[in-house]
Design a protein around this ligand. Structure first.
Ligand SMILES: *[C@@H]1O[C@H](CO)[C@@H](O)[C@H](O)[C@H]1NC(C)=O
Ligand SMILES: *[C@@H]1O[C@H](CO)[C@@H](O)[C@H](O)[C@H]1NC(C)=O
Ligand SMILES: *[C@@H]1O[C@H](CO)[C@@H](O)[C@H](O)[C@H]1NC(C)=O
Length: 272
């Protein structure tokens, strides 16, 4: 959705608040964005985002972990992503974002050549709210945060949600770590010495469901050391079960992102 006014922002929140009744759990505010104002350069956009907007979320106690990424696909509709860890109860509060500072002296103003405008007027945003379903780290958790992130948003055929969840839990995520026997011998030896993962540089996966249940309802985020995603990743979709899940997926959006900046209240490199 495109958010251009504070009223639009509020009505979005009200719509979400009347959606599902979620138990108290970890949530995620997911904001993909693109600067649109002709006078807003990418450098200034990033400066405002990293130096003003992320700190604003943390200082106002809206979120306790905010991470920004840049899309590796230079022709993607949304070149930037910001994810904020926020309790679901808090996320559903329509007043959550009203404490933010909307205007900045860095951003273009209402008339040409002036500054002091609102971020709602100078960028396009796709904002989504999620509650967490699962965090997977295998048996040898990789504590740090890598520089690479894959996001996969998907909408399964109605009625197959349970099977998709089973597939993730019983097969797919396990394969990220435990299928080293499929790799060549030298690779296995190297893996045992380092971090016993089939997919070199894999850190963890976090899965979410949208609060308002609109399509695509599910999101999986896979964290890696770098944005060079191992070619073996393709093998994970070669099982009979994976083929069935893929065939039953109505829509999916996959993006690979590179870490840009993060800010949080706890220790650095925390989980989402
Ligand atoms: C900040 O948010 C957390 C989690 O929502 C809450 O427990 C805490 O009381 C808040 N702190 C302040 C100073 O508002
Ligand atoms: C990059 O984004 C464009 C526009 O959304 C899309 O058509 C293209 O398939 C994407 N490329 C990759 C490698 O994902
Ligand atoms: C403002 O700038 C845009 C292009 O940057 C131009 O098309 C428009 O005519 C300008 N408007 C005024 C009032 O100067």
């Amino acid at each position: 959705m495109r958010l251009t006014t504070l009223a639009g922002l509020l009505s979005f929140y009200i719509a979400v608040a009347y959606g599902l009744a979620e138990p108290k759990t970890t949530g995620l505010l997911f904001v993909a964005s693109r600067p649109t104002h002709p006078e807003l350069t990418e450098d200034v956009f990033n400066q405002w985002y990293n130096k003003e907007h992320l700190p604003n979320f943390i200082n106002k106690n809206i979120s306790d972990l905010a991470v920004r990424y840049k899309n590796t696909n230079t022709s993607a509709e949304y070149p930037y992503l910001a994810v904020y860890r926020i309790d679901v109860e808090k996320l559903k509060n329509p007043l959550l974002l009203t404490g933010l500072t909307f205007t900045s002296q860095l951003l273009p103003g209402k008339t040409n050549g002036t500054k002091g405008g609102s971020f709602l007027d100078v960028m396009k945003m796709d904002m989504r709210m999620y509650s967490r379903i699962q965090t997977f780290e295998g048996q040898t958790p990789e504590k740090s945060r890598g520089k690479g992130l894959i996001t996969l948003a998907m909408e399964p055929t109605a009625g197959t949600e349970k099977e998709v969840d089973d597939w993730y839990r019983l097969q797919h995520l396990d394969m990220f770590r435990y299928c080293s026997t499929m790799a060549p011998k030298w690779y296995i030896a190297q893996i045992r010495l380092t971090r016993s993962s089939m997919l070199k540089g894999y850190h963890r996966s976090t899965r979410y469901q949208k609060l308002d249940n609109s399509s695509p309802r599910f999101l999986a985020m896979h964290e890696f050391d770098t944005t060079s995603i191992p070619a073996e990743m393709k093998m994970l979709l070669n099982t009979e079960w994976a083929k069935k899940i893929v065939a039953g997926t109505k829509s999916s959006e996959r993006n690979v992102w590179e870490w840009v900046a993060e800010l949080g209240k706890g220790k650095a490199e925390e989980k989402f």
